[in-house]
Design a protein around this ligand. Structure first.
Ligand code: GTP
Ligand code: MG
Length: 452
């Protein structure tokens, strides 16, 4: 009942939202439901992602998803920790994710990272739906485990549905304030023009069938063209994270969105200086849960095909950057692949001026988002780099002529060694934050103070 897997890849779904709003719980719930349905083996845990095949989705979603209506193989969910920037989710085409779920706690409503996520979805024009999570916490809620939303709605008292509706309309209002026309998902006809809001509980599973059905429908209807890839071709992906791993040295957690990567491939990766040319030493996936007590948390695989999350161990990865491209060379000309990686990096390169502020960010994507936001605020940039704030950044900032430019803006980065002390001595002001617009607001307040 599935089509030739060499032609359609799994859509990549980013799960975004403010800290503690329930992103991980939602994925845990989907995995848990599959275990109960005896489908656990069918779900595979990737590095940083969970692959849920179509037949599992249809088992969980029941009447809401008929597998005969779809020819996509399933969905690959990428969980993004709230404190970490999801701006790594970029690719050659702009957005790495094909679609997204923005998780919003119905009690807590819109929070700084909700707004940040929305901003990124807007910039990258990623279609998304909103999961209005934790509906089970509405006072008086009568839980109906794993039920579709309409059935459990009907089982609540008017007072309870009234309370829930109030919260949902507040979320719809907030979306409208941000320029998105939104409505409860069953009232949405065109998911490209309107954002659908799906009430769910990651705790009780209520609304999860609806969420999966809407995501499947969205990908099938609007995304199919981008899913048609040459699965056997040389792999293309994005670095999500650069990580030290005991026994493997520096590794890159990568989301592969095109082609295949093999355990003996030569690869090219975007680095701090030049593209890194290296050979895969090992491709690593998490070990199945049952074996978690064995020595290594990982198991080696010979080959993976898009879409997948994979850890790549290879020599010379120290300079790899989160958000940078990864490309398999295979039987292509190495120089050509290097040029492709350079071109992709040049695309992201930030325009700098003779005079301006120093910007540091954790990933290429966040650096790009920072540069966009500073451009809008008409703040010139003298230097923009991925990485922690180091003493040499202080040296650069200290050469600024104007006091308002003796500044380093760090997004999601640490301040290294004695950079702090050096900044104080050199009269350079450091700003760090985990939310871009807050970082820029802090800077603007500082400039206002100076000019008072
Ligand atoms: P970060 O990864 O830190 O950004 O958080 P997260 O968005 O992944 O949230 P997580 O899934 O870790 O959930 C945070 C807390 O909310 C946990 O204590 C969950 O048990 C709780 N929680 C999540 N979803 C629900 C829900 O639907 N109902 C209730 N009652 N609690 C929930
Ligand atoms: Mg989480």
């Amino acid at each position: 009942d599935t089509l030739d897997p060499t032609s359609l890849r799994t859509p990549i779904v980013a799960v975004l939202g403010h800290v503690d709003h329930g992103k991980t719980s939602l994925l845990d719930k989907i995995r848990g439901s599959a275990v109960i349905e005896g489908e656990a083996g069918a779900i595979t845990q990737h590095i940083g992602a969970t692959a849920v095949p179509l037949d599992v989705i249809s088992t969980i979603a029941g009447d809401l998803v008929d597998p005969d209506d779809f020819d996509l193989p399933g969905l690959l969910f990428i969980d993004t920790p709230g404190h970490h920037s999801f701006t790594t989710l970029r690719s050659r085409g702009g957005a790495l994710a094909d679609i997204a779920i923005l998780v919003v706690d119905v009690n807590d409503g819109f929070q700084p990272q909700t707004l940040e996520a929305l901003d990124i979805l807007k910039r990258s024009q990623t279609p998304f739906i909103v999961a209005a999570n934790k509906i089970d916490t509405v006072p008086g809620w009568n839980a109906n485990e794993d039920s579709p939303i309409n059935a459990t709605y009907d089982a609540q008292s008017d007072r309870v549905t009234g309370r829930l509706d109030e919260s949902l309309y507040e979320i719809i209002g907030n979306l409208s304030d941000e320029g998105f026309s939104a409505d409860l998902y069953w009232r949405v006809q065109n998911f490209q023009r309107n954002v659908g809001v799906v009430p769910v509980s990651a705790m009780t599973g209520e609304g999860v069938p609806d969420l999966l059905a809407v995501m499947m429908g969205l990908s099938q209807r609007y995304m199919k063209a981008e899913m048609e890839i040459d699965v056997a071709g040389p792999g293309v992906g994005t670095v999500l994270e650069v990580k030290e791993e005991k026994g493997f040295g520096t590794t890159i957690d990568t989301v592969l969105y095109d082609g295949t990567v093999r355990a003996d491939d030569e690869i090219v990766i975007g680095g701090q200086n030049d593209p890194i040319v290296t050979e895969v030493r090992a491709l690593l996936q998490p070990r199945p849960l049952a074996e978690i007590r064995t020595e290594s948390r990982f198991e080696k695989v010979e080959e993976v095909s898009a879409a997948a999350g994979i850890k790549v161990a290879a020599p010379d990865l120290e300079d790899a950057m989160a958000g940078a491209p990864v490309r398999v060379v295979r039987d292509r000309d190495l120089e050509e692949v290097v040029r492709e990686v350079e071109a992709e990096l040049a695309d992201i390169a930030v325009d700098t001026e003779e005079q301006g502020v120093v910007v540091k960010a954790d990933t290429l994507g966040s650096l790009e988002a920072m540069a966009d936001a500073l451009d809008e605020a008409e703040v010139p940039i003298v230097r923009a780099e991925v990485g922690d704030v180091a003493p040499r950044d202080v040296s650069v900032a200290s050469t600024a002529e104007e006091p308002k430019q003796r500044v380093i803006l760090g997004f999601n980065v640490d301040v290294l060694g004695d950079a702090d002390r050096r900044a104080e001595i050199d009269d350079v002001t450091l700003f760090t934050d985990e939310v871009i617009y807050q970082l820029i607001e802090e800077y603007e307040e500082f400039v206002e103070e100076l000019e008072r």
